[in-house]
Structure formats: structure tokens, C-alpha cells
Design a binder for this molecule. Structure first.
Ligand code: NDP
Length: 483
């Protein structure tokens, strides 16, 4: 049995009462490790330590804070090949995506290192004489971060980096499917010059330790990324304590392919957007809304592209689609393929469970044509390499279909018509809009988030993150001179 990796709490690495085993979804004979599950009393210890440490951190000079963030960012970038391999081994995304994710995580830290020095407030004269007003931001306090398995490092980091940059303490509960990446990041953070207890890694199941964390009145804010279902539970718990919340959840993103679009761009955007990360992205293009004039050509080229994609072990050279993350996810995906058939969809290619040299959760990418936007396969987030094609007879109909969902994270259009592109950009009801690009793939220095059921609370990333991780204080200062 491998050594059990522990939680990092109150400045110490501590064993838990129990542990979970973590296996490689590309090769189920490969045990990545065993990971301690934090106990309830350990969480309480972490919360107490975080409260004291946060006060010290908030009073620490800005350059010292900046150095810590730069160090973490630089180490992530320098070690992106090694840590990206670990990420791909435990999550199942192809090596290039795993390494790219860790490198990107490093860039989040270096970006927020610079933000440390950009914390400038406002001043004003009072409406009363001889009184000045100072408006500045202060840290929100102790932040609970609950992250999903599909971007184990990047999603956590785009929360942890701004939390630390703006002077907060962090209690991080990663998804239990990806603890190895979490421990690797925590090891880097644990070596920095931080007050003990400022950063805490608390591994364990969402329904137990996660729930206890978000229900704690000792938490000042909760940043969550995951499913809508869990998000709603978290919101209810948070409201009970009036805890500030920010949530990024699922989506059902659409890419609209217009009759005037470049077919090469359309097919590439659809393949990358629908099947990148094995379709397990909140920004995945799971609905492809295609103008009837180019529908048949698009479907044919898309299916040829999908059928040619290499599905194999995530760590193998040449793999374009790795396994899905778990047996549960695979079972759900297979159930969605059956649903697609029973709802009347035409399976153009893929959607099959396949074997490879190593025993893993492999399935081929599926293109389902002849679907209706009213069907469950086009309403529910599948988180699978399954793309459903919906025919539209006009741009107006396509836009209507894009917006006909309770989600609203990203959308995209492929068109050469500037007027259409501008109209779409303004009228798509999503937080992010892509023109001639896949719906997935966003930058770290600008806001990210959606509308409807996809997001709740202030935006994440870029300078906009300051809204969530700080609170505004307005101070009135009298010169003491009688007016
Ligand atoms: P879940 O909602 O199941 O879990 C997300 C996180 O919440 C995990 O760490 C989980 O822990 C934890 N959790 C579960 N129940 C509770 C609870 N009652 N209290 C506190 N924490 C809890 O999502 P997945 O991890 O399965 O991720 C997939 C989902 O996330 C998809 O729907 C996807 O769209 C969405 N997502 C959204 C993104 C966005 O930015 N909009 C980005 C990435 C994913 P554990 O798993 O250990 O039980």
C-alpha cells in the first residue's frame, strides 16, 4: 500500500481518521495513492487557526504577500510537466491538457501577485465641511473554497490566488476524485512564508466534511464550483448564516453554425468545444445549432473528425480524448446515449464503450443528429463527449435556440457576417460569448461566469475577483476643526 497523504491544517500535515484510495481512470490497476479524510474536529481546528492567521496576513506588507504569490506561480509553471502528468494520471485528460492546466494555474498566481499592488481606494470630500471620506477594500475574512474534479488545479487556483492576494484565509475542500493534485498544490503553498493556518487543505466527501464546512458560521464567504444541485444546497446553508457566496455551476452551451460561416472553423470549434477534456467542461459545446443550408455538410465533416479522434490512455503520446473520470460518469454517459436513441436522435458516430491496452473508462466521442432542443439530452448537462446537433432554418431561430435554456455560461457563433456577429454578441444570454471560436477556452485576466442557473454572485477571475474577496469600508474623517 502507498503512503497515505495527509491534510494540511493549521500549519501542520495531519493524518485523518480514514482515507480513500485514488486510481487512474486510464488504468485501473494504477493506484495513485491513499488520501486522508479530515475529521470534524480537524476542520474546527483549521477554522480557528484560519481566523487568527488571517489577521496577521492582512497586516503583512504588500511586497511580502506579492512574493508568496509569485513563488507559488513560478513553481507551478516550472513544474507544469511533472504536475500536469500527475493531473492527467488522476483526472484522465490528455497530457497536453494536464500540463497546460498546471501552467495556467501558475499564471493565475503571477497575475494575482501583480494585483496585490493594485489595491487602491477612493477619497472624497464629505457633503459636510471639514470632513474627508476614505473608501477602501478590506479582506472578507476566512473563505471556504469548494472545487470540482474536472479542472482540479486551475479551478481551485483561480479562487485561492485572489483569496490570498486580497488578504484572506483559505479552507480548501477539493473534490475527492482528485486529491493527488490537491496535495501537490498544498505542498507548494505549505512551503511559503505564510502564517500557520492561513491556508488549509481539508480533504473528504462533499456530503460530510464539505457540508460541515459550508454550514460553519466561522466562514465569511464561500466560493463554489460544481453542479447546480449541490450549488442550491450550498446556497441554502449559506443563507442561514448570511454568508457571502459565489457559485459557478453547470451549463448547456450552444455553438451556432451559420450558412455564411467558414466550415473549417466551424468543424474545428465544434470538435474542440464538444470533445476537449472528454466533454467534461462547464464550457463544453454540447448543443450544435446548425443552419439547414450547411447542416448536412457540417454533420458529415464533424462525424469524420470525431471518428478520427484518438481515444486512449491520457498519458500516451497522441491521445486526443482520455477516459471519462469515473465508473459513475461512464454509466451516466451510457444512459444518456440510450436516452438520445429513445428520444429519436440519430447516432451518426461514437458513443460506444471501448477497451484499450489498459483497463479504463473509455468511450468514443458521439455525434447525435436530428435532435430537438426540447429533448432532455439538450436540456440536461451531460458532462460527456456527446454533441447533439439541432437544425435551424434562420439566424433568428438559431439565436432563439441558443437562449432557450435555463443555463447561460457560454455561447458561440461561426459566421463571416459582421452584423450577425455583433447582434449575436449583444443578444446571446450568456456570461461569455465567442465569435468564430469554441465555446470553451477562456483567459485568466478577464471575468468569467454566466447567467441563469450557471452562476450566482460576483464574477470570478481578473480584476473583477476583488468584488467577492473584499468588502468595502467607508471612513469619515473630521479634521477636528470646528466649521
Ligand atoms: P459536484 O457539485 O458534485 O461537486 C463539486 C464539489 O462540491 C466537490 O468538491 C464535492 O465534493 C463538493 N460537494 C458535494 N456535495 C457537497 C455539499 N453538500 N456540501 C459541500 N460540498 C459539496 O460537481 P462535480 O465535482 O461532480 O463537478 C461537475 C460539475 O461541476 C458539473 O455540473 C460542471 O458543469 C460543474 N462545473 C462548473 C464549472 C464552472 O466554472 N461553471 C467548472 C467546472 C465544473 P466531492 O466530490 O468530494 O463529494
Amino acid at each position: 500500500m502507498t503512503e497515505t497523504k495527509n491534510n494540511f491544517l493549521a500549519g501542520e500535515w495531519l493524518a485523518g481518521d480514514t482515507s480513500v484510495e485514488n486510481r487512474n481512470p486510464s488504468d485501473l490497476s494504477d493506484v495513485i495513492g491513499h488520501f486522508a479524510q479530515a475529521s470534524s474536529s480537524q476542520l474546527t481546528k483549521a477554522l480557528d487557526a484560519a481566523r487568527s492567521a488571517q489577521k496577521i496576513w492582512a497586516a503583512t506588507g504588500l511586497e511580502a504577500r506579492q512574493t508568496v504569490l509569485m513563488n507559488i506561480g513560478n513553481e507551478l509553471m516550472e513544474r507544469s510537466a511533472e504536475l500536469g502528468t500527475l493531473l492527467s494520471r488522476e483526472e484522465g485528460k490528455p497530457l497536453a491538457e494536464g500540463k497546460g492546466e498546471v501552467y495556467r494555474a501558475g499564471q493565475f498566481f503571477t497575475y494575482y501577485a501583480a494585483e496585490v499592488l493594485r489595491q487602491i481606494g477612493d477619497t472624497a470630500d464629505s457633503v459636510r465641511p471639514n470632513i474627508e471620506i476614505d473608501v477602501r477594500r478590506e479582506p472578507v475574512g476566512t473563505v471556504a473554497i469548494v472545487s470540482p474534479w474536472n479542472f482540479p488545479t486551475a479551478t481551485a487556483v483561480w479562487k485561492i490566488a485572489p483569496a490570498l492576494a486580497f488578504g484572506n484565509a483559505v479552507i480548501w475542500k477539493p473534490a475527492n476524485l482528485v486529491p493527488a493534485s490537491a496535495v501537490a498544490l498544498a505542498e507548494i503553498i505549505s512551503r511559503q512564508d505564510l502564517p500557520a493556518g492561513l491556508f488549509n487543505l481539508v480533504m473528504g466527501a462533499g456530503g460530510s466534511i464539505g457540508q460541515q464546512l459550508i454550514e460553519s458560521p466561522a466562514i465569511d464567504a464561500i466560493s463554489f464550483t460544481g453542479s447546480v444541485e449541490v450549488g442550491k444546497q450550498i446556497a441554502q446553508s449559506a443563507i442561514g448564516n448570511l454568508t457571502k457566496i459565489q457559485m459557478e455551476m453547470g451549463s448547456k452551451n450552444a455553438l451556432a453554425v451559420m450558412d455564411d460561416g467558414d466550415m473549417e472553423i466551424a468543424v474545428a470549434a465544434a470538435l474542440g468545444g464538444a470533445f476537449g477534456g472528454t466533454g467534461q467542461k462547464c464550457t463544453a459545446s454540447s448543443r450544435l445549432i446548425v443552419h439547414s443550408a450547411v447542416h448536412d455538410e457540417f454533420v458529415e465533416r464533424l462525424a469524420a473528425g470525431a471518428a478520427a479522434m484518438v481515444v486512449d490512455n491520457a498519458l500516451k503520446d497522441g491521445t486526443q480524448i482520455g477516459p471519462v473520470v469515473s465508473q459513475n460518469q461512464l454509466d451516466e454517459n451510457m444512459a444518456y446515449m440510450e436516452l438520445a436513441k429513445s428520444e429519436g436522435g440519430e447516432i451518426i458516430c461514437g458513443g460506444d464503450r471501448v477497451s484499450r491496452d489498459t483497463d479504463g473508462y473509455y468511450m468514443t466521442p458521439a455525434v447525435v443528429a436530428g435532435t430537438s432542443n426540447d429533448w432532455r439530452i439538450n436540456k440536461e448537462e451531460m458532462f460527456a463527449p456527446i454533441a447533439c446537433v439541432i437544425k435551424a432554418d434562420s439566424y433568428d431561430e438559431a439565436l432563439h435556440l441558443v437562449n432557450d435554456t435555463h443555463f447561460g455560461l457560454t455561447s458561440g457563433i461561426v459566421t463571416r457576417d459582421l452584423a450577425r456577429a455583433s447582434h449575436f454578441r449583444r443578444n446571446a444570454r450568456t456570461g461569455c460569448v465567442m465569435v468564430n471560436l469554441p465555446t470553451a477556452g477562456t483567459d485568466y485576466h478577464v471575468p468569467f461566469g454566466g447567467r441563469g442557473s450557471s452562476s450566482y454572485g460576483p464574477r470570478e477571475q481578473g480584476g473583477y475577483a476583488v468584488e467577492f474577496y473584499t468588502t468595502v469600508k467607508t471612513a469619515y474623517i473630521s479634521s477636528g476643526t470646528p466649521s
